[in-house]
Design a binder for this molecule. Structure first.
Ligand code: AMP
Ligand code: GLY
Length: 424
């Protein structure tokens, strides 16, 4: 099989590793990839949202499968772009259709879907400048903190959690006036949920699904979960509090009704679903859907999958996921993200990364890196994810932390307390 993977982060390096290990992979291209994906295939500098350039490349290079890492091309409709062109229709695209991708691309769509199918989630009210007063009344009846979400994609910045009522009302108005551009012309106001977060994943063919390992990611930049949100500073899988009993509730109350809803609504979906969940005293609630795998969650869940990954992709495309077996490695995997100092604010790029050759016992997934003049340079906020196996998350973290300390680049920063809120 000739496979094309879209994206350039740690998630994509983890996907590229799995794909390159498959006995079915004849050739792997990554668009645009990073210095890590170079070890698994060929990088091509095409933007993952440039559908015209991608489709020309796919035809010229006789690609059989397109795997989409990030949400942007999915929300913009890459699945439909291929499916609607007679000369591209035979190519397998792993990901949801544009209509189904609204589960991530529109918070209002996702909330209405959950309400219709009885899926537990925070109470909400969707507001535009036309019904601002309805939104203000809803907001007044909530207890702080107040949760305001831009309806559309806002590069992970569109959620505000605000303590004071006056500030919340003010921010609501600013959002509707375009604080996050078009994405916040509609705002979802939500009740605040208290609990501990985790991420659940499935692969679906639109009719049935298979559960993948769950993970817990650490979004805040600072130790003790403080400071601004990032794309994710580390992750562990499995999650100790995701017991059999809790995961049975997740499947029964959330995953099964979601798949049923997708089927009933006639949404075409052949790919991964990421359920951002809150465990509120043992009961799961959906915080958000994502229509892709997570990053850095992929760097802990994909190493645990013991099936041939391309066979999994083909079973998804061919509606055979119900009979596809996905064994997991029972051990834990933990990842620690090395980031450029200043991230998620301003940071510098182009710093040489040293000591990569000294790393033993960990898998180093590249995120923001590039190869230049026989050197590996930093090329983003999140630079490398250091993933390790262990008999439990603590053992795995010990190895990742030791290797995180060994790698060297100017202004390197990482959280040394991943997993701090978990108990074995
Ligand atoms: P989202 O982009 O929807 O995942 O929101 C970003 C983060 O905001 C989540 O990971 C949660 O930590 C937090 N969050 C979102 N919605 C809520 C809510 N209703 N209650 C509490 N925290 C929330
Ligand atoms: N780690 C969160 C995400 O991928 O959205």
């Amino acid at each position: 099989m000739r496979i094309l993977l879209l994206g350039s982060g740690g998630r994509e390096h983890a996907l590229a590793s799995k794909i390159s290990q498959s006995r079915h992979t004849e050739k792997l291209y990554i668009l645009p990839g990073n210095a890590g994906t170079l070890q698994t295939g060929e990088n091509v500098s095409i933007n993952p949202s440039d559908f015209k350039a991608i489709s020309q490349f796919v035809l010229d290079h006789h690609i059989d499968i397109v795997v989409v890492g990030p949400e942007d091309p999915l929300v913009k409709g890459i699945y439909d772009y291929f499916n609607n062109s007679p000369n591209l229709r035979h190519i397998v695209v792993i990901g949801p259709s544009k209509a189904a991708a609204q589960l991530e691309g529109s918070k209002d769509f996702a909330k209405a879907f959950m309400k219709k199918y009885g899926i537990p989630t925070a109470r909400y009210c969707s507001v535009t400048s036309d019904n601002l007063q309805v939104g203000i009344s809803f907001l007044k009846n909530l207890h702080p903190p107040y949760v305001l979400k831009a309806d559309g994609l806002a590069a992970g910045k569109g959620v505000l959690i605000i303590q004071q009522y006056d500030e919340a009302e003010n921010e609501l108005k600013k959002m509707l006036e375009g604080k996050f551009g078009e994405a916040s012309k509609k705002v979802v106001i939500e009740e605040h949920l208290t609990g501990i977060e985790l991420s659940a994943f499935v692969v679906t063919d639109g009719n049935d699904y298979k559960l993948l390992p769950e993970a817990k990611d650490y979004k805040r930049v600072g130790e003790g979960n403080t400071g601004p949100n990032t794309g994710g500073m580390g992750a562990v899988s499995p999650v100790p509090f995701a017991t059999k009993e809790f995961m049975a509730k997740v499947e029964q109350r959330i995953i099964k009704p979601t798949i049923k809803g997708i089927h009933k609504e006639g949404l075409v979906y052949k790919g991964f679903i990421f359920f951002g969940l809150m465990n509120c005293n043992g009961d799961p609630y959906v915080i958000e859907y994502n229509v892709r795998l997570g990053d850095p969650e992929s760097e802990v869940i994909l190493p645990r999958l013991q099936c041939d990954f391309v066979e999994l992709l083909l079973a998804t495309a061919q509606n055979k996921i119900s009979s596809f077996d996905i064994p997991f490695d029972p051990r834990s995997v933990a990842t620690v993200m090395l980031v450029s100092g200043g991230y998620p604010g301003d940071y510098e790029k182009g710093k040489e990364i040293k000591n990569l050759d000294k790393i033993k016992d960990s898998i180093v997934f590249h995120a923001g890196t590039k190869a230049e003049d026989n050197k590996i340079l930093t090329n983003g906020g999140r630079v490398l994810a250091i993933s390790s196996f262990g008999n439990n998350y603590k053992e795995a973290l010990k190895i990742s932390n030791a290797n995180a300390a060994l790698i060297d680049f100017e202004n390197k920063y990482y959280r040394k307390d991943i997993g701090f809120d978990l108990v074995l």
